[in-house]
Design a protein. Sequence first.
Length: 256
Amino acid sequence: PAANNHVQPSGRRDYGFSPSSLAINGPGWQREMTEEERSLARQTDMSPNYKGDPAIFKHYSVPELPEEENCAFWLSRFPKDVRVNEITEAIRDCGRIWALHINREGIPEHGQAGAKLVFFTRRGAARFWSRYKVNGPFVVRGHWILVVRNRFKTPENMDTPAVRTRCIRVHGPPHLVNSDRLLAFFTGKLEWELDEIINHPSDDVFAVVDIRFAAYRGQAHLAVKALLSHERYTREVTFGVMYRPNPCDEVPEDDN
């Protein structure tokens, strides 16, 4: 039921929000690893190009993970200016996306971009692999995209409730709930890439906005926590935020 994905503030509950390190320090930030973290990174095949917080264990690879259980892929040969929505539109009826990150760093003017794609579940990853590696090409803007299993292995995430996705819906008074105001609010609190933002028809007292981020990790879930931690929003009686279905998720057979 829809109520299960609704996250409504109750009183003055502390949702424990703190801005991401990347949002605070800017692109390219990476603090110096401790010797213990360096040792763990060597053992777990952590990417040397990783720019986030090396203390967070979920960022480490699992080298012993069987290939068929790896939920991460590396996609290459995109046009350099590829947009998130161009990739997600080609990934329908597969599974919830945990994270999608486009890599344009160090690409020459006429070069090609790549992207890391991670699914929440093995089933979603298997459906994607079967569709685009076995059954046919993955095509974006006329480019045939190369799909390989990412060497930085990521197991499925069974800890996050199924209703949580990279997509959220915010509702409340229109002076606070509109795309410009919300994106301004998120600035400095998190770094994000957008798939799509939808302003639904509203009136003078109530507005609804859907925001589809590129990732749940570090984007959608931080956005929800930031909103629920700010009294400017929570004091409004019509305010609410909920997770919405990921349009890339598997479509139930009855809906096909």
